[in-house]
Design a protein around this ligand. Structure first.
Ligand SMILES: *[C@@H]1O[C@H](CO)[C@@H](O)[C@H](O)[C@H]1NC(C)=O
Length: 246
């Protein structure tokens, strides 16, 4: 069975840092090899009980930024394992300027809105990545094909899309080298209808209340008018009846 390879730290590695690659074995082995882009980079003799081989790269250089995998050898029966799934060792080179970022919407949007985030890498080509704080893997990536500007669309956002977004890019010249992360934009997705709608509703209620109030005053006024009118009629009738009696 194949071993698995992991990277520690798994991201945010800068030139000059130290990184450790760990090859995890499914069974004891005689030795373990670490391969770099198809070439043997290093090997470790193993004893019977070891299930992990550690390879440290001290003071990481640009030449170290590439694909790695490991494999192990057993003696009985003699043979080599399958290769592990390759991992990319991406090194951040702070000599590349961080990309610019912009968002075409307000900071606060309603559920279901399509939000567009654009990132521009000043013509270094390569691939532009959209990252979300708290997520280890980029949420989207794009090859703007010479344009230098990637347009990321978050389709029909939900409250789960709320958060802080940043971009980075891997210049065309060296695809395992990354720029630093750029400035951030913050998105907040509200689950309730947006404020203008709510205002309209309350304004509508106000109009209804005013109309009702006016109608009540009018009806009351009419009532009072009829009562007074009726009373004056009675008084006049009483007067005329009284006159006849005399
Ligand atoms: C959002 O994008 C999707 C897919 O591109 C499209 O079908 C939909 O009409 C868009 N919605 C709005 C409100 O623009």
């Amino acid at each position: 069975p194949r071993p698995s390879l992991s990277l520690h730290p798994s991201q945010g590695l800068s030139l000059g840092d130290t990184v450790t690659l760990r090859c995890h074995l499914p069974q004891p082995a005689a030795w373990v090899e670490l391969c770099q882009d198809g070439l043997l980079r290093s090997y470790k003799d193993m004893d019977k009980h070891q299930v992990m081989a550690e390879f440290s790269l001290v003071c990481v250089k640009l030449e170290d930024a590439m694909k790695y995998w490991c494999q192990y050898w057993v003696l009985e029966p003699p043979g080599v394992s399958e290769k592990s799934v390759p991992i990319e060792l991406v090194v951040t080179d702070h000599r590349y300027s961080p990309p610019n970022i912009s968002m075409n919407q307000e900071k606060i949007v309603e559920v279901g809105t399509n939000v567009t985030i654009q990132c521009c890498n000043q013509g270094y080509g390569g691939i532009i990545f959209l990252h979300k704080d708290g997520h280890s893997a980029p949420v989207q990536h794009q090859d703007p094909r010479g344009g230098g500007t990637a347009t990321f669309i978050l389709v029909a956002v939900t409250p789960a899309d709320s958060g802080t977004y940043r971009c980075s890019y891997r210049p065309k010249a060296s695809l395992f080298v990354s720029s630093p992360l750029g400035d951030s934009v913050t998105l907040e997705v509200t689950s309730t209808p947006a404020r203008p709608g709510a205002e309209l509703v309350s304004r509508g209620n106000l109009v209804v209340a005013v109309v009702r109030g006016c109608a009540a005053v009018l009806i009351f006024g009419l009532g009072v008018f009829f009562v007074i009118d009726a009373r004056s009629l009675w008084i006049r009738r009483d007067e005329s009846l009284g006159g006849e009696g005399i």
